[in-house]
Design a protein around this ligand. Structure first.
Ligand SMILES: Cc1cc2nc3c(=O)[nH]c(=O)nc-3n(C[C@H](O)[C@H](O)[C@H](O)COP(=O)(O)OP(=O)(O)OC[C@H]3O[C@@H](n4cnc5c(N)ncnc54)[C@H](O)[C@@H]3O)c2cc1C
Length: 553
């Protein structure tokens, strides 16, 4: 934590030097001493300090100054740092004004100039004031602050992006946080322009797009090299594993991710069946370890950057990015995984991001505290989300079309759910409408066997109803199955088009698509196992085939 500040103001340079000298002698170990001769400059720099999350413990200001009186400065400073102690330095002739100010502006003390010897006439007073300040001081969060409306999709996107990238932030709901309001007032930001993001260097962004947020936190969105041995599209478990092996085996490796590393696994609150972690681990922890490991091997990681197409030029592959830029590579591994299917029901689109979330919404879990929450889906991901949310929510209801979870969920999760009091399973049911005002408030459910409908209170709805591959962007004549999953290896032979597009003497490698040197791994591949471990295994295998391909070209 940064040291709290003692701030001194005096227009007379000689007096200011004396104050600073005495303050430093006694307090420099525990406090930072800042000083200035101009009251207006001081007020400006206080705003900056506030934006940076600094804390001022005490102000000491002279009363008679040309720009403004000391009491007026201290009153202005109070608006910015209301908890700080305020001390006025006065000449004997100003004593009356100082005494009046104690009542008018709740001044904490006044000191008479000169204060020699400081051991008798300065430090005892300051020590008392600083002790009092310390006893009530709660350190400010020293990082990124987001101010916005709890149920705003734009706020959710930024929170989700930062948490997915493991960047700590403080969320300040403008409707409940005084500190949030304070930041907006101080920076003249209107509520209609929210969300606003305040960074610890004092800079701020109002209603920003993700690339701007990413640039401010130092993430790289521009490729550093002209040509890569391998470009990996998608940083889920498959892409991360490919990056670790690519980097560790000396390939010039680029990993591109449109949102945050970890993919679907990154949204899992607890992965219990990944080899080597008997107590399970969260998806966020797995992603953190993997991205650290990959970057340690010298790979380049671009995020948030979306790949929107691939073009071929001789043997080279050109990746087209959604912002119009291009990247060249000798080989590509597509690890774009899957995206959730949309649930079709009236009103759902109106509240997506404002109470309705696809996949896990760990970032919003705390907003569900004490509330009734619904989950649609009967697979393991729905079960994990239910177990996680049950820690916060008043009740969690899993809505499934089938009578129960037995045919779709692992037994260990069904047992955990049965043993958790605040989770209910509503079988033979579906959601037919969402209602609310700016955010989800109610859901209408239908019982498909009995036929009745009921409208219930719901603070959040999490949807896990199967997935479709992220391959719409891939227009190159790469063979996909009927559902859009990429075909690879000997799975290609059954397609009529295969012989038209594959012109090499050799057969495609196990994970190679019908375009030589372009590979697919993980959930995006036809016939994938939809497991973290299998995605990791395929990512590692793909690098082996990249080596073989590069050796031949
Ligand atoms: C909530 C949940 C819990 C789960 N729990 C378990 C579990 O306990 N055990 C288990 O074995 N499996 C579990 N799974 C399944 C497992 O997470 C997946 O099988 C695994 O993540 C697949 O990895 P992947 O790398 O193939 O794809 P994904 O994880 O889907 O990652 C794909 C990545 O590609 C990115 N991307 C997509 N398109 C583009 C583009 N055009 N440009 C750039 N980037 C792009 C995406 O943003 C994403 O980050 C769970 C899944 C979910 C959703």
């Amino acid at each position: 934590m940064k040291k709290p500040i003692i701030f001194a103001l005096d227009d007379d340079p000689a007096v200011l030097r004396a104050v600073v000298r005495d303050l430093r002698d006694a307090y420099r170990k525990e406090y930072r001493i800042l000083a200035t001769e101009s009251a207006n400059e001081a007020l400006e720099s206080l705003k900056d300090l506030k934006n940076k999350g600094e804390n001022v413990a005490l102000f000491i200001s002279d009363q008679r100054m040309p720009e403004m009186l000391g009491v007026d400065f201290l009153e202005g400073a109070k608006q910015i740092f209301p908890e700080a102690k305020r001390i006025l330095l006065t000449a004997y002739s100003d004593t009356d004004a100082a005494i009046k100010a104690i009542n008018d502006v709740q001044l904490d003390y006044y000191l008479m100039k000169p204060w020699d010897p400081p051991e008798e006439r300065l430090y005892p007073v300051l020590n008392d004031q600083l002790d009092e300040w310390q006893s009530t001081f709660r350190p400010e969060f020293d990082g990124i602050k987001i101010v916005g409306y709890q149920w705003s999709p734009r706020s959710h996107t930024i929170k989700d992006f930062l948490s997915g990238n493991l960047i700590p932030y403080q969320w300040l709901d403008v409707e409940t946080s005084e500190k949030g309001l304070e930041l907006l007032t101080m920076n003249n930001i209107e509520n209609k322009d929210l969300p606003a993001v305040f960074f610890n260097d004092g800079s701020k962004l109002v209603n920003p797009d993700l690339p701007d947020v990413a640039a401010n936190v130092g993430m790289i969105a521009v490729a550093q090299q002209k040509m890569y041995d391998v470009a990996i599209v998608g940083a889920g478990p498959a892409g991360l594993a490919a990056a670790v092996y690519g980097g560790s085996e000396g390939l010039n490796t680029l990993l591109i991710e449109k949102r945050a590393p970890g993919g679907q696994a990154g949204t899992s609150s607890r992965i219990e069946n990944y080899l080597g972690f008997p107590k399970g681990l969260s998806g966020a922890e797995l992603s953190r370890r993997a991205i650290t490991q990959a970057t340690r091997f010298g790979i380049e990681f671009l995020s948030p950057v979306e790949v929107s197409g691939i073009r071929l030029q001789d043997n080279y592959k050109i990746l087209e990015l959604s912002d119009g830029r291009e990247i060249n590579a000798k080989s590509i591994i597509i690890t774009t995984g899957v995206n959730y299917r949309k649930l079709e029901a009236r009103g759902l689109d109106d509240f997506t991001g404002a109470g309705i979330y696809y996949g896990a919404a760990n970032t919003e879990a705390h907003a569900c505290k004490g509330q009734d929450v619904y989950i649609v889906g009967g697979g393991n991901s729905a079960g994990q989300a239910a177990m996680y949310l049950a820690n916060f929510a008043k009740s969690v209801t899993i809505v499934v079309r089938k009578p129960d979870l037995t045919s779709s969920m692992s037994h260990y999760l069904i047992d955990q759910i049965n043993n958790t009091e605040n989770i209910n399973v509503l079988g033979c049911a579906e959601i037919i409408q969402a209602h609310g005002n700016g955010r989800l408030e109610q859901l209408t459910l239908r019982n498909n066997v009995a036929g009745g409908e009921q409208t219930v209170r719901a603070a959040a709805l999490l949807i896990f109803i199967g997935a479709k591959p992220y391959t719409d962007w891939l227009e190159l004549s790469i063979i996909k199955d009927g559902k859009g999953f990429i075909e690879t290896g000997n799975g290609l032979a059954k397609y009529e088009d295969y012989k038209k597009v594959w012109k090499l003497d050799r057969e495609p490698f196990l994970l190679e698509t019908c375009s030589p040197g372009i590979f697919a791994a993980g959930d995006v591949r036809a016939g994938a196992m939809n497991r973290v471990a299998s995605a990791v295994g395929e990512g590692a295998m793909a690098i082996k085939f990249v080596h073989e391909y590069l050796a031949q070209n």
